[in-house]
Every structure is written in C-alpha cells, then in structure tokens.
Design a binder for this molecule. Structure first.
Ligand SMILES: Cc1cc2nc3c(=O)[nH]c(=O)nc-3n(C[C@H](O)[C@H](O)[C@H](O)COP(=O)(O)O)c2cc1C
Length: 336
C-alpha cells in the first residue's frame, strides 16, 4: 500500500515504518517520547504530545522541544537513507501550534549523503550513564561533533579545566535542589526506575553509583534503587555545552537537531554521551551556566562525552504504529 499525493513521492508502508520508527529512536527527557506524527503524501508533521510533558522539570517546554527537534533530525536522516532529499520548516502552521516541525520529502535525485551516512548510528546511539575510560577524545573528533552541531544552528563548546570547576559547583547546587524538590521527585519517579516496557528510563539504564566525587547525573537521586552496583568514574570528564544564539521555541527545536547530529557523530566514533542537564533545568542556575558560555549564546544541553568503560542497557520505545496518523487532509504545505 502507498500514500497518495499530488506532486510528491508516494511512500510505501515499509518506508513509513522505517521513517517513523527511526524518528522514534530520538532521545527525549525521561524517555517520555513526546511526539506523534501525521503523514500526508510526501509531508511528515512532527506533533507535540502535550500529555507527555514534564511540568515540574520543564515548565517552559524547552526540553520537550529539544526532543522533538532530535526526532525531526532522525526523520531527515532516515529519508536520506531511502534516497529522498528533504527540506523542513519549524512552526509551519499558525493554526496548528501543536505541529512543531514539518518535513517535506522531495525527489530522489539528490539526497544528502552526509545525512544518509548517519542512518546506521540511529539504533546504536543511546544515553550512557556509566564511567568513561581514561582516554582523551582526539581534537579532530571533538571538532567533528562541534561541526555537526554547527550545521544545524547550534554551537558545542568544550569546557577547559577552569570551566569544569565552575560547572562542578553549579552541578552540586542542582543535585541538592533535585533531592529536595518534591514535585520533581514525584515526576521523576513516574518515569524513572523499575522495569519499563515502552517508555521511561528502566533501572538497568541508570548506570552504577559513583564511588567518590563524580561528574554524572543520578536520575534516581532521592529514591531507592535496590541492587545497584558501584564504580569509579573518570576524574577529568570531557564536557560540552550546546548553545543556540537565542532562546525562542524555534531555537529549542534547532538545539534538538544540533544535539542529535552531534550525538550521532559521536556514536560513529564509538563515543558514549550522557547529560548533565540538572544545571540548566533551574532558571537561576541556567543563568550561572550562561556566564560560562558568555553573552550571545543560550545554554541548552550539557553533555559528558568519552569512551565507555563498560556495556550499558538502552531504553524501550513505543511501537511506531502507535505514534502515527496517515492521510490527514493538508492544505498547500509550504517550507518557510
Ligand atoms: C533535552 C534532554 C535532556 C535530557 N536530560 C537528561 C539528564 O539530565 N540526565 C540523564 O541521565 N539523561 C537525560 N536525557 C537523556 C534521556 O533520559 C534519554 O534520551 C531517554 O531516556 C531515552 O534514552 P536513550 O537516549 O538511551 O535513547 C535527556 C535527553 C534530552 C533530549
């Protein structure tokens, strides 16, 4: 079966399955997978599923849009792997603010090989919360990650030793707040820990507890996780802060695309990445991170990057066919 459209490619059910299941491998805060997709001919709309928001930790909706930007980037990668060129628009329809991005599949004449090359990394990438090996990440590889972020409108800046120390102080305050904020604790418990089949972060994916001081976020901080192992973490973590020039929703979506492009580039070098986002989830602490990156750049995501010292478990996903609607009538879509 194929979808019909005037003037665009006809997508088969297999192609739709590949596109939507690929989009769904994107990272999202607490693995809420806050997306739905609507397909009409050659147009795929990425839709915000508000019921999957995190009102305690993400009141402004910034982090949820970063996840949706990442899912949009995956769609573009998967379309390129099928040979389609793509264009996209953010916030394409003023009457449908829930449609956050719209991806247009074009001809099969000139797909983007650099995007298609990332297809194999989509299902290899996952968030790693364990210790890294004491091995430097070569400058060339850090540059590749930064270039990937830049190509989507983001800026990935690596911290020097002084920056790491300053961030360490901010993280300690954030960790303490995380432990005592009842609303966030309750919200994290809804999504994190235990066994999870389709969404959320299962206990297995949380990684070991650090022995001694470590730069890592413990998502289960504040509630018990029985049987958890311990490990020594690296003492000189490589930390990058992903920024955008502004702080509007369209830039949050761009941040998600930049994040995902950089993560897939990292995966292609067998690097592992975890998030230190507690420092940008509290407004007053985000301002302190802002001082680290300077004016004219808004911190969106903080990453710890390295070669993983052990294997780790991934997170589950909803079945793709539960996230997609096909054949909705759509009037004259246009890229902006
Ligand atoms: C905007 C954003 C913020 C995130 N913040 C954190 C975080 O602070 N700590 C953490 O351990 N994981 C964080 N994650 C990672 C998610 O938990 C992870 O993407 C999700 O559980 C899906 O798992 P996967 O990345 O292994 O596919 C974040 C992801 C996104 C997109």
């Amino acid at each position: 079966m194929t979808t019909k459209s005037a003037g665009g490619p006809l997508l088969s059910q297999d192609e739709i399955g590949l596109l939507i299941s690929s989009a769904g491998t994107a990272p999202s805060m607490h693995n809420t997978q806050p997306w739905r997709f609507e397909i009409n001919g050659p147009v795929v709309d990425v839709i915000l599923d508000e019921a999957r928001g995190l009102p305690a930790a993400d009141r402004s909706g910034r982090l949820i849009l970063i996840g949706l930007g990442a899912a949009t980037f995956n769609l573009r990668v998967a379309a390129a792997s099928l040979g389609y060129e793509t264009t996209f628009a953010t916030e394409p329809d003023p009457d449908r603010p829930d449609i956050v991005t719209r991806v247009f599949l074009g001809s099969r004449r000139s797909p983007t090989p650099s995007l298609a090359a990332l297809y194999g990394e989509l299902r290899r990438r996952h968030t790693y919360r364990g210790p890294m090996m004491d091995l430097d990440v070569p400058l060339r590889v850090r540059d590749r990650m930064a270039a990937a972020a830049r190509s989507e409108g983001g800026d990935l800046r690596w911290l020097d030793a002084a920056g790491r120390r300053q961030l360490g102080g901010i993280l300690r305050v954030a960790d303490d707040l995380d432990l005592h904020d009842e609303d966030r604790l309750t919200e994290r418990q809804q999504w994190v820990g235990g066994e999870r089949d389709v969404e959320g972060v299962p206990a297995d994916a949380l990684g070991p507890l650090p022995i001694g001081p470590a730069t890592v976020r413990d998502l289960s901080a504040g509630f018990e996780r029985p049987g958890r192992g311990v490990a020594a973490f690296e003492q000189q973590p490589l930390i990058g802060i992903l920024t955008t020039p502004g702080d509007r929703p369209s830039e949050w979506l761009r941040a998600g695309m930049a994040l995902q492009h950089a993560l897939l580039a990292a995966t292609s070098y067998d690097l592992a990445v975890s998030f230190l986002n507690q420092a940008v989830e509290y407004i007053h602490l985000r301002s302190r991170v802002q001082e680290l990156v300077g004016q004219g750049a808004r911190p969106q995501v903080i990453l710890r990057v390295g070669y993983p010292a052990r294997a780790s478990a991934g997170t589950p996903r909803r079945s793709w066919d539960r996230t997609v609607i096909q054949g909705r009538p759509l009037e004259a879509p246009r890229a902006r």
